[in-house]
Design a protein around this ligand. Structure first.
Ligand SMILES: [Mn+2]
Length: 338
């Protein structure tokens, strides 16, 4: 048995289930990032590659219940991703006649809330599988495979062997997208020797690292304005080496930015010299606040985020809450004091 693994199913058994399923729905989390979307597309093409090699017909659909980041327009296969509404419309007969899908697979989802409305498809499926790398994963499916590793993209690498398929350039590029997204271009401490081993194979298969990094780390002018705003108006607590910033809905409107353009802001704050922990909070469309913590070696932000019903990893975690920013800070300080 692999270390860093928990759950009740192994890749070989997951692939066995995929082999016998006639139709499969793949989903990833709301607020989808490069790892969620890269993993979905990589896994989709793995299943398709297996079908092609063995001359099998299978329906595979990808559903994400949210807007996609703008940079996804650079990837031609983005058109394969349904939003929940268009999926529900196309398959309304399944829902009306209670015809179940064979297999529902979530990638990169720590908990069921992260599916968004796609949870309805899970309920409309005979079996569900959860493949993820978050330590906070709640093992929310019938079958769970949770491996503590840098990204779902890296986790999926082992499936190539189990499917017994070639690593194509396409699959390699989407896995690479997941890995650089979740490692911040190999800067985070979740990077291991295995990460580089996998990336060496991905680049060997033709993944264009330069192109993908440019796509995902490119900044709009509005994003640059946001960065100026955040660095200028951050709050620094010298006691705890804690940098924080709160972005109101009003400010977002003023700057003309979309929520996905705020990705990476918590990391930006942690990059300030001497900081041990950072927190970025923004107002969500429904008025609730979304927070992201990042930390260096001193604090476990998975624990701190759990106070607000969230989680993630030791050095990177998030939450959504109805508390105010002041209340969030207050509770965070209480925890830091301990
Ligand atoms: Mn991930």
């Amino acid at each position: 048995m692999k270390k860093n693994y928990r759950g009740n199913i192994l890749p070989k058994e997951i692939v066995d289930k995929i082999k016998i399923a006639k139709n499969i729905i793949l989903t990833a989390h709301i607020n989808p990032d490069g790892d969620a979307l890269g993993s979905l597309l990589a896994f989709y093409f793995m299943i398709k590659g297996y079908c092609k090699k063995n001359n099998i017909e299978k329906m595979v659909k990808i559903v994400v219940d949210d807007k996609l980041p703008k940079y996804m327009r650079h990837f031609e296969d983005t058109k394969l991703i349904f939003n929940y509404e268009s999926f529900a419309d196309e398959f309304k007969n399944n829902f009306q006649n209670n015809e179940k899908f064979d297999l529902f697979i979530s990638l990169d989802c720590a908990n069921e809330e992260r599916y968004g409305k796609s949870v309805k498809i899970k309920k409309q499926s005979k079996q569900s599988i959860n493949i993820d790398h978050h330590i906070s994963n709640t093992e929310h499916a019938d079958f769970n495979y949770v491996e503590s590793i840098c990204s779902t993209g890296e986790l999926l690498y082992q499936f190539l062997e189990v499917f017994d398929i070639e690593l194509t350039k396409k699959i390699a590029e989407y896995m690479y997208l997941g890995i650089i997204n979740d490692t911040g271009n190999f800067r985070h401490d979740n990077v291991t020797g295995h990460t580089f081993l996998v990336c060496s194979k991905l680049i060997g298969a033709g993944a264009n690292n330069h192109k993908i990094s440019n796509i995902i780390f490119e900044m709009s002018e509005k994003k640059v304005d946001l960065i100026g705003e955040v660095y200028k108006n951050k709050i620094i607590d010298e006691n705890y080496k804690f940098a924080s910033y709160y972005l109101t809905g009003e400010k977002m409107k003023e700057l003309g930015i979309e929520k996905d353009e705020t990705d990476g802001t918590a990391e930006m704050l942690l990059r300030i010299e001497g900081m041990e922990i950072s927190l970025f909070v923004r107002e969500d469309a429904d008025g609730a606040l979304k927070g992201s913590f990042r930390a260096n070696d001193k604090y476990n932000v998975n624990e701190i985020a759990s106070i607000f019903g969230g989680g993630g990893h030791i050095k990177a975690a998030g939450f959504k809450t109805n508390l105010s920013f002041e209340e969030i800070l207050e509770k965070t300080y209480e925890k830091l004091k301990k």
